[in-house]
Design a binder for this molecule. Structure first.
Ligand code: ADP
Length: 376
């Protein structure tokens, strides 16, 4: 049954708010995206009111879910702080927390890690990040998740690249998450990995203009309101870049460490450097740097050509005193496997590319197992 936006609005009209008017009249609703039975919108309030509105968010979600034909709902509570306003209180555990502002790191500043609640059942959360888009961050994230799985770990993958969610494509799944009796979304299971992505809730092509607080709010829900089960590692595919949204995310998600993906070109390396600096700023250790598309490997003759230059990321890692984790070639089969929805580690587990990802995963596994070996 096709769902219409007006039906969702009608359902939201019945949701009361602390302002004494129905939700639809409270001037807090974003555009409502409805696509294929999946509904997404945000409730935008001032950070100081956020606590009072968490309940409204939950009721809005329930109301939208009750609309016939709706299969999945994601309602983000975005808490914006007006310049000069007092800091919002932090809620102690679950739910959408007010978004913390970026505090300078240094004497007198509260530790950015202070308000981060660990996620029950999840051993370590690692970010796969890049200073800019298109360097192969998502491809690397899913192949690393699969390699960590092959090393015997229980692994999940969260696609937090809200601007361009690609995990549904990489995993070849368009399934919609169901909701369990505790109202948690049940992640999509592929290749033995629980997966969550905003792309399972809205179309990948849907152009979404996300402001920083919305990104955090949606990511918080995909972290905390998902029945992940027991995991050793949750790999988070971060949105590319080093802007406010990424910084807040790095600050608010209880990350064990970050892996930076770069290509060898100078420009990409400048961005990678910014990425490392960003994680540094919020006390998240860089587990290492990966050079993706490091060299071109001819699919026919296997000849190697350093078309982008080569070794830049290794030198940069040495210079910045962070570990260098490895080089992944630019190879047709890595791209075609991803496009076909079965990443190369899954489609060619005994091939040379899977071996490279595995060797990187081994280093990551060792680093997250031993806190002392994590280089900050
Ligand atoms: P990002 O997440 O950084 O935007 P993606 O992982 O979506 O980048 O990759 C961008 C494109 O590059 C995709 O088409 C992907 O298949 C391709 N790609 C990524 N890494 C490689 C590689 N090592 N060899 C060949 N193609 C790659």
């Amino acid at each position: 049954m096709a769902v219409d936006k007006s039906q969702v609005l009608e359902a939201l009209r019945a949701v009361a708010t602390p302002r004494g008017v129905p939700l639809t009249d409270a001037k807090v609703l974003s555009e409502i995206a409805v696509s294929d039975g999946k509904v997404f919108f945000s409730v935008n309030v001032d950070a100081n009111e956020a606590r009072a509105w968490e309940d409204v968010r939950a009721r809005a979600e329930a109301a939208a879910r009750a609309v016939p034909g709706v299969t999945a709902v994601l309602v983000a509570l975005t808490a914006e702080r007006r310049p000069g306003a007092a800091p919002a209180p932090r809620s102690p555990s679950q739910g959408v927390k007010p978004v913390a502002q970026h505090r300078p790191h240094g004497a007198g500043a509260e530790s950015p890690m202070a308000g981060q609640a660990p996620i029950p059942g999840i051993g370590a959360i690692i970010a796969v990040a890049s200073g800019k888009g298109g360097v192969g961050k998502s491809t690397t994230a899913i192949n690393l998740a699969l390699s960590l799985r092959d090393l015997g770990l229980r692994v999940g993958l969260l696609d937090a690249d809200i601007y361009g969610p690609s995990v549904p494509r990489l995993a070849g799944s368009r399934d919609k998450p169901a909701v369990d009796d505790k109202k948690k979304m049940i992640p999509i299971k592929r290749f033995g990995l629980p997966l969550m992505s905003i792309g399972f809730l809205v179309e990948e092509e849907t152009a979404m203009v996300w402001r920083g607080p919305m990104v955090m709010s949606a990511v918080r829900q995909m972290l905390w309101d998902v029945a992940w089960g027991e995991l050793d590692v949750l790999v988070v595919d971060m949105p590319p870049g080093t802007g406010d949204a990424q910084l807040t995310l790095a600050q608010q998600v209880p990350l064990k460490g970050a892996v930076i993906v770069s290509t060898p070109q100078d420009l990409a390396l400048i961005d990678a450097r910014r990425g490392i600096a960003m994680f540094d700023k919020v006390n998240v250790p860089t587990l290492g740097v990966i050079e993706n598309m490091s060299y071109f490997q001819c699919p026919h003759c296997g000849t190697r050509s350093d078309i982008f230059g080569h070794g830049g990321a290794r030198h940069e890692a040495e210079r910045l005193k962070v570990p260098f984790l490895g080089e992944i070639p630019l190879h047709m089969s890595i791209r075609t496997a991803s496009d076909a929805g079965t990443p190369v580690v899954e489609s060619e587990p005994n091939g040379p590319h899977a071996a490279i990802y595995r060797s990187i995963a081994e280093q990551i596994k060792a680093r997250i197992a031993s806190p002392s070996s994590v280089t900050a």
